[in-house]
Design a protein around this ligand. Sequence first.
Ligand SMILES: Nc1nc2c(ncn2[C@@H]2O[C@H](COP(=O)(O)OP(=O)(O)OP(=O)(O)O)[C@@H](O)[C@H]2O)c(=O)[nH]1
Ligand SMILES: [Mg+2]
Ligand SMILES: [Zn+2]
Length: 347
Amino acid sequence: MATEYTREALGWGPHFLQQLSLEEFEQCRPGRILQQHKNLVQVATEAGVLDLPLLPTMPPMVVGDWLLVDEDRHFLRLLDRFSLFSRKAAGTKVQTQLIAANVNTAFVVTSINQDFNLSRIERYLTLVHEAGVEPVVVLTKADLSGSVEESVQAVRSLDPMLMVEAVNALDEDSVTTLAPWCGESKTVLFLGSSGVGKSTLVNTLMGDPIQATSGIRVDDSKGRHTTSGRSLHSLPSGGLLLDTPGMRELQLADVEDGLERTFADISALAQSCRFADCGHVSEPGCAILAAQESGELDTRRLENYRKIMREQTINSATLAEKRYKDKALGKFIRTVQSESRRRKHEP
Ligand SMILES: Nc1nc2c(ncn2[C@@H]2O[C@H](COP(=O)(O)OP(=O)(O)OP(=O)(O)O)[C@@H](O)[C@H]2O)c(=O)[nH]1
Ligand SMILES: [Mg+2]
Ligand SMILES: [Zn+2]
């Protein structure tokens, strides 16, 4: 990997430039996070790549973030993001996990054979729309499937405006259809289950096998992932590719806008329900139920919408409660600390 970058090659632009004071512009160095490890992040600047140790005083940061360092390579501050991907941490953990920042386009990658599942695609689209990012559904393993056109049409049926591309991820000519989103200064995030070909696509687009890919998939209950961390790679043509490990479980929280955008047809129908507070379950004059009955609205799609809605409502409430408790605990600790300081000074 090249160790020298121009800001533009790293995705720098007016959104970040306008955040700098004149002093910062003259004295500080902007850098972008390429990779993150447990205790440090790898940051690319015009003066090379540096390892920045993470300190508790720093804000939460993620791959794709822009930050400022001083001349001694010390962290100064994080710059505002124009987009941010996050999800509820997998399992029972009550925590928001950051996935990537400052992304222009998200490739929702799925293979046409084993992995193909419209409800899963809708779930990823909800995440992408919530981040305010343009999705492109990339169907891989087109060379292994006899039903490419049907699969493309099935995805298109979700949303007539949706971009869908079917490719053989191993073939350089085939992936040129993805070039329009990988232009200069544009960051593309790869999302999708394990084994669908995210790293294969990254390698073929880079023209260089920089990411390990797996020939043999071992799908045991623990789930094997070939890619274990998120990393950002700069393309010779100027774009940036952000590879991620496959997600075994994509739990959504705080995605109301993303849901509304992904299921725009259902949101539009809801406007015509007789009652403004229609629950779309058994109410008379419900436009959604009527559309389902007439076959205009697919039952699978409606049920997936309800499922994600229920899940995100519960997850959002749990996360809000956790944030409230953390805040209350922080306040309690500060009170105890100032109390004990006061006592120390008492005669
Ligand atoms: N024939 C064919 N094989 C593909 C295609 N895309 C991926 N593969 C193969 O699928 C396997 C898995 O690909 P990876 O790129 O490792 O998958 P991944 O999405 O990065 O998986 P994780 O890193 O575990 O999330 C590899 O053996 C690839 O060669 C394709 O379009 N056609
Ligand atoms: Mg991978
Ligand atoms: Zn209704």
